[in-house]
Ligand binder design. Structure first.
Ligand SMILES: [Zn+2]
Length: 303
């Protein structure tokens, strides 16, 4: 399922290709893609518009159009946004296989298609059809995302800010990280990877972090997401980048999906548990389970 690094990869690849282009026509093939907005309404607003930019907020893609509208898209479970050249996927590198018949980006799963004025097309493909899009005016955009959590790469994402969000919370750290109201863009993969990097057990109550844990977790979230971006995202299932290629982060996971395999730090087998209904992977030896309440100093035992 695409998270911040996957969405960011798509965004970075696509923006230089499509910025300034005019969308000649949008065809919404599956009305569920933009429900409850009517496909005709989206098509009317998008047809003929110039693309001012493609941005990201959390796991959302923001296609800014000239005039007052932004088309917001979310890939959800199996959505992909691919640039297609004529009837072939964009592939700048010679000799690389084109993914014409691949399920993830195949025409069979096309939900919406944008015809650009340079003859290329942008395809939103989505086998499981949970991906979505909606049109919003620029005034509404700010309000729509006001309640979404802090951007992990922004200056506002500090150890103190993380500590303030976690204060008093008894929810497990894993659930805390999955909640998009806290840190935007972190999902199941990168929450596991960040908690391992911070050496924190996923079931530790969020409010039990001491100052040093907050600092460690803040840095770990950023490092885990950066690792994902550096490797073009993780393609466990259907995720493909804007060129239809797989990312390679899945080959370098520290703990995620590595049940029973040796910890990269201590060789102890990685354990899988379920937290908030999601598979969660951790090292029982490297990751410390914190007490419910932080204590100012460690309890002393009498000799
Ligand atoms: Zn370990």
């Amino acid at each position: 399922m695409p998270e911040l690094p996957e969405v960011e990869t798509v965004c970075r690849q696509l923006e230089p290709e499509i910025e300034g282009r005019r969308i000649e026509r949008l065809e919404v093939i599956d009305a569920r893609w933009c429900e409850p907005q009517a496909p005709a309404r989206l098509e009317a607003a998008v047809d003929g518009a110039r693309i001012e930019g493609l941005g990201r907020r959390g796991k959302y893609l923001l296609l800014a159009l000239d005039g007052e509208w932004t088309l917001v898209m979310h890939l959800r479970m199996t959505g992909n946004l691919v640039l297609v050249e004529g009837d072939r996927k964009l592939d700048p590198s010679e000799g690389r296989r084109l993914y014409e018949n691949e399920r993830s980006v195949s025409e069979r799963h096309l939900r919406a298609r944008f015809d650009l004025d340079d003859g290329r097309q942008l395809w939103f493909t989505d086998p499981r059809r949970f991906g979505e899009a909606f049109l919003i005016d620029n005034a509404g955009l700010e309000e729509r995302f006001a309640r979404l959590g802090v951007e992990p790469f922004s200056a506002e994402f500090t150890a103190e800010a993380l500590g303030a969000m976690a204060a008093g919370r008894t929810a497990p750290l894993k659930s805390f990280l999955l909640d998009q109201k806290h840190v935007a863009g972190v999902g199941n993969i990168y929450a596991d990877e960040a908690l391992f990097r911070a050496r924190l057990h996923p079931l530790s109550p969020a409010g039990s972090m001491k100052t040093e844990h907050q600092a460690a977790l803040r840095d770990a979230v950023v490092a885990a997401l950066e690792a994902g971006i550096d490797r073009g995202g993780a393609s466990i299932d259907d995720y493909r980048d804007a060129r239809g290629e797989k990312g390679t982060m899945q080959d370098e996971f520290l703990v995620h999906t590595r049940e029973g395999q040796p910890c990269r730090q201590c060789d102890e087998p990685i354990v899988r548990i379920v937290v908030s209904g999601r598979s969660t992977y951790y090292c029982p030896s490297c990751q410390v389970r914190l007490r419910r309440r932080p204590r100012r100093r460690p309890a002393r035992r009498s000799p």
